[in-house]
Ligand binder design. Structure first.
Ligand SMILES: NC(=O)c1ccc[n+]([C@@H]2O[C@H](COP(=O)([O-])OP(=O)(O)OC[C@H]3O[C@@H](n4cnc5c(N)ncnc54)[C@H](O)[C@@H]3O)[C@@H](O)[C@H]2O)c1
Length: 274
């Protein structure tokens, strides 16, 4: 797997404790959370990884341990308030502090305002927005006790503009993630807690083969990839590493003066208006 994710470690998170929610991947290869976990560990962080998919989580942790890093895993649903509270307590007890949090859990369901069911609407908000809210709620007190920290939330270009398909619950939730980050950033800036958002565009992560091609293109992965790539001015699709390196910058001290903002990682897609 490593040839797909070149090792460029520079110790940018040396000695840091990072929690990453959604550190597995829906299919084999580099989802955003898995790439983030591996790159953070390469950069010196001790990583606490959470995902509801035990097997996939273990693939990420194994990769980190094989490379000499330190990874702790926990299987949990990050939309469950009690489980999330207990998890952050557990991380603080184990590591003494939490310096970095990345909220990566998310996923889209197709459907516009008329056809999306109320259940799916609520589930989209829970998965994409409540997950980030709950993690912020429980990590901020820990970061305050530790003297500060960096939170990186994951939105989507669909939270900024139309991206080729109706997915109103997803789009609304991801837009809200951006604003959740901004207001939280302002409120907790005096505590030296920075909060920012990575906004990925249309990437080629395992999610495309595992989910999206069935939802959008009757399982025709080639067709879907061509449609997605055609929207991208740079002419190629990014992948998990592109999200991960943006998250790395925001999590590191290099971003010490950066808070309440977004890095859009989309090959120029949202800048284009045709
Ligand atoms: N791949 C893209 O093109 C793209 C584009 C824009 C935004 N994003 C965002 O990036 C993030 C990750 O995307 P990905 O493509 O790597 O997806 P992915 O599905 O491979 O990864 C998400 C991980 O979260 C886990 N997860 C889902 N619900 C969970 C829950 N309730 N509790 C715990 N774990 C849960 C899954 O098991 C999976 O391992 C998502 O927030 C997604 O919306 C992705």
């Amino acid at each position: 797997m490593t040839q797909d994710l070149p090792d460029q470690r520079r110790g940018r998170l040396a000695g840091r404790v990072a929690v990453i929610g959604g550190a597995g991947s829906v299919g084999p290869g580099w989802g955003n959370g898995r790439a983030t976990a591996v790159i953070f560990a390469r950069e010196g962080a001790t990583v606490f990884l959470a995902d509801r998919d035990k097997e996939s989580l273990e693939v990420t942790a194994r990769q980190i341990r094989e490379e000499g890093g330190t990874a702790h895993t926990a299987v949990l649903d990050v939309t469950e308030p009690t489980a999330v509270e207990a998890y952050f307590d557990e991380c603080e007890r184990a590591a003494g502090r939490i310096d970095v949090l990345v909220n990566n859990v998310g996923g889209s369901r197709a459907g516009g305002a008329v056809e999306l069911s109320v259940e799916d609407w609520e589930s989209q908000l829970r998965t994409n927005l409540t997950s980030a809210f709950l993690a912020c709620k429980h990590v901020i007190p820990v970061m305050r006790r530790g003297g500060g920290g960096a939170i990186v939330n994951t939105a989507s270009a669909s939270g900024l503009r139309w991206t080729g398909a109706a997915q109103v619950g997803y789009a609304a939730a991801k837009a809200a993630v951006i604003q959740l980050s901004r207001v939280t950033a302002v409120e907790y800036a005096p505590d030296r807690i920075r909060v920012n958002t990575v906004v990925p565009g249309q990437l080629h992560t395992p999610m495309v083969e595992a989910r999206l091609a069935h939802q959008r293109a009757d399982g025709d992965v080639t067709k879907l990839l061509a449609q997605r790539q055609a929207r991208i001015p740079l002419g190629f699709m990014g992948d998990g590493r592109d999200t991960a390196y943006a998250a790395l910058f925001l999590a590191s001290d290099e971003a010490r003066f950066v808070t309440g903002t977004e890095i859009v990682v989309d090959g120029g897609m949202t800048a284009r208006c045709d």
